[in-house]
Design a protein around this ligand. Structure first.
Ligand SMILES: [Zn+2]
Length: 246
């Protein structure tokens, strides 16, 4: 049951579907805690696609996680273009979004993303996959450990686990909760896109967990909140300036 202390990861992977078979679009469970609708009277008259485009624009312009990732992608020679690399589409099931490695395009599921906070998280999560795709030769199709590593990083760095993490840390003081959340989410994400057993997915995640959990690039730290993400962005810009001056 979602929200129970012994099972802190919200939303089972059940009901999620591949956006398209044989296309390595990564999907992940939709947290239930932030399902409040977007505010605004005029907003309610817009189509799903118009709402998706507006929320995406706001995310790209204001979210510190996303701004850092966009800078990092540019720095790595993979500059992101809003019209070229994002696509708002209707998706089957509970899928929130995906990264299509064959076209380097991020799909945003306009029928399933209903508020700005969710849009922020989906874009951040998928941009981490895009960043990994840019900086490393990720074998998404056949090497489950590569996929596992990127899912660990996306769950660790996107804020997917931060909200529940904060609540549980305050309530129960569980230091290991963040790691548990990241591990569980990575396994669910793999199972949502690969037809493999839970044991194989768990093994893949456990084999890569330590090194991939400790790989915080391009954040340099685990950004537990927007404030952390802002500091990380500032540090990245300073680092970037430093290296471009030597
Ligand atoms: Zn993912």
């Amino acid at each position: 049951m979602a929200g129970a202390p012994d099972e802190p990861v919200p939303g089972p992977a059940a009901g999620e579907q591949l956006l398209q078979q044989h296309v390595p679009r990564q999907v992940f469970p939709e947290p239930l805690a932030q399902a409040k609708p977007q505010q605004g009277f005029l907003f309610s008259f817009l189509t799903h696609n118009q709402k998706c485009q507006l929320m995406l624009l706001k995310t790209l312009e204001t979210n510190p996680y996303v701004k850092l990732l966009l800078d990092a992608m540019k720095h790595s020679g993979c500059a992101i273009n809003k019209d070229r690399h994002f696509s708002c589409e209707d998706c089957n099931g509970n899928v929130s979004g995906g990264f299509d490695a064959s076209t380097s395009q991020i799909v945003l599921c306009q029928n399933n993303i209903h508020n700005q906070a969710h849009m922020n998280r989906v874009v951040t999560h998928e941009l981490i996959h895009a960043f990994d795709h840019c900086r490393a030769h990720v074998d998404w199709f056949t090497n489950v450990r590569h996929l596992a590593c990127s899912e660990v990083r996306a769950a660790n760095l996107s804020g997917d686990c931060s909200l529940v993490n904060e609540i549980f840390r305050l309530r129960f003081g569980l230091k290991q909760h963040h790691q548990t959340c990241v591990r569980d989410r990575a396994i669910l994400s793999i199972l949502a896109v690969r037809n493999i057993s839970k044991e194989v997915a768990q093994k893949a995640v456990d084999e890569v967990f330590e090194s991939c959990f400790n790989d915080h690039e391009p954040f340099g730290r685990i950004p537990h909140s927007k404030t952390y993400a802002k500091y990380a962005h500032r540090d990245f810009q300073n680092r970037d300036r430093y290296y471009s001056n030597i």
